[in-house]
Design a protein around this ligand. Structure first.
Ligand code: ADP
Length: 364
């Protein structure tokens, strides 16, 4: 009887609960014992009551609940070998030989590292008598499967990450709400959205709400005097009779010299050069919260099921898979390859190779 543990780690994303529910329930139908690890990797390091066996009822109603009910945390100890050694001990002592991790690129990097180190960790635990020889032999392989939970949609080799669509929907609703007041007062709004180094949320929100101007990290404005260019676009729209102005800026937006472009700066430009009554709205954590949209419930459920199948089909030699989605189909992609490509995108942005950054983000 296979024992599988599931955890959520890094920034929370709507749909993580649906992942846990799918893993628990599908795992049970496949005859597995499923454990939830509470508080991300901290739960693995500390063990004890943070490792809980789940049954069918434990996840009742979780499809519709935002965030992650098993908790998530940034866990410094897991970044150290000593921390991972404790995590390995807790897994072995509880008889768990497979781990499903739902998180961002940091969490998935940690997961892959843990799997690659596994043999050495087991050897050390046995030689220091923290586990028995029988345990060392029985648990000589750790199976890991990764799922990408991130509102930012910032992982390479998958079209979409769990939580991104819900977040985008929240942003659209907020921009629509702000738009009505902008229209009433003929105001301009500069709206800052999340996304870290990725402009997906900002760009998609710009398209979906008909924003006047969007700033994203992947494609900074190329004009030397981009401020004048933005003003000319906004002015043209105003001359066409538009009573509102909406500028969306990704939190990671930069100019072509890699200087951050901040919402307050844009407000000053619109106020001083165009005389527009301009306000800044920073959407903040409302973008992460609330009930997952249909798509994230579906994505989380189908990918959670795929993750359990991937665990059951894993061999010692399969590279750690990341469950993704390409052209509407659920995929398995080597985790480390995806993480590497994701880091290359960030690198390409920081060396001003913007076209390359967009190419890398979507290698298919
Ligand atoms: P995200 O998964 O959303 O990218 P973080 O980068 O904060 O978020 O990672 C979440 C957790 O994953 C960290 O607190 C740490 O416990 C673990 N982690 C991240 N990077 C590594 C790494 N290189 N090695 C080991 N563990 C890591």
């Amino acid at each position: 009887r296979q024992k599988i543990a599931v955890l959520t780690s890094g920034g929370d994303a709507p749909g993580m609960n649906a992942v846990v529910r799918a893993v628990v329930r599908y795992g049970i139908t496949k005859g597995c014992d499923i454990f939830a690890v509470y508080e991300g990797y901290q739960g693995l390091v500390d063990g004890g009551s943070l490792l809980r066996k789940m049954d069918w009822k434990s996840v009742r109603g979780w499809l519709a609940v935002g965030g992650t009910s098993i908790g998530t945390a940034r866990c410094m100890p897991f970044k150290t070998r000593e921390g991972r050694l404790k995590a390995a001990e807790n897994l072995v002592v509880n008889g768990i030989d497979a781990l499903i991790v739902c998180g961002g690129d940091g969490s998935l990097t940690g997961a892959d590292l843990f799997r690659n180190e596994w043999a050495g960790l087991i050897e050390e635990l046995e030689s220091t008598n923290r586990i028995t020889r029988e345990q060392a032999e029985k648990y000589n392989v750790l199976t890991i499967v990764g799922l990408v939970g991130s509102i930012d949609n910032d992982m390479s080799s998958t079209d979409i990450t769990i939580g991104a669509v819900t977040s985008l929907h929240r942003i659209c609703e907020a921009v629509d709400a702000v738009s009505t007041t902008a229209l009433s007062h003929s105001r301009a709004f500069v709206i800052e959205v999340m996304g870290r180094h990725c402009g997906w949320l900002a760009l998609m929100a710009g398209i979906a709400t008909g924003a006047d101007f969007v700033f994203i990290p992947e494609k900074p404005p190329q004009q030397d005097d981009w401020e004048s260019f933005m003003c000319s676009v906004v002015e043209r729209h105003r001359h066409l009779g538009k009573r509102k102005t909406v500028v969306i800026v990704a939190e990671g937006a930069i100019d072509k010299d890699l200087n951050p472009i901040k919402a307050e700066y844009l407000k000053d430009i619109l106020t001083n050069r165009l005389g527009l009554d301009t306000r800044v709205t920073i959407l903040g954590h409302t973008q992460r919260g609330g009930s997952p949209a249909f798509f994230d419930r579906l994505l989380a459920t189908t990918q959670g099921i795929e993750a359990v199948d991937a665990v059951l089909e894993a061999t010692k030699d399969t590279p750690t898979p990341m469950i993704g989605m390409t052209d509407n189909r659920i995929t398995r992609f080597p985790l480390m390859k995806a993480v590497k490509l994701t880091h290359e995108v960030a690198e390409a942005i920081s060396v001003k190779n913007f076209g390359r950054a967009m190419e890398l983000r979507d290698p298919q």
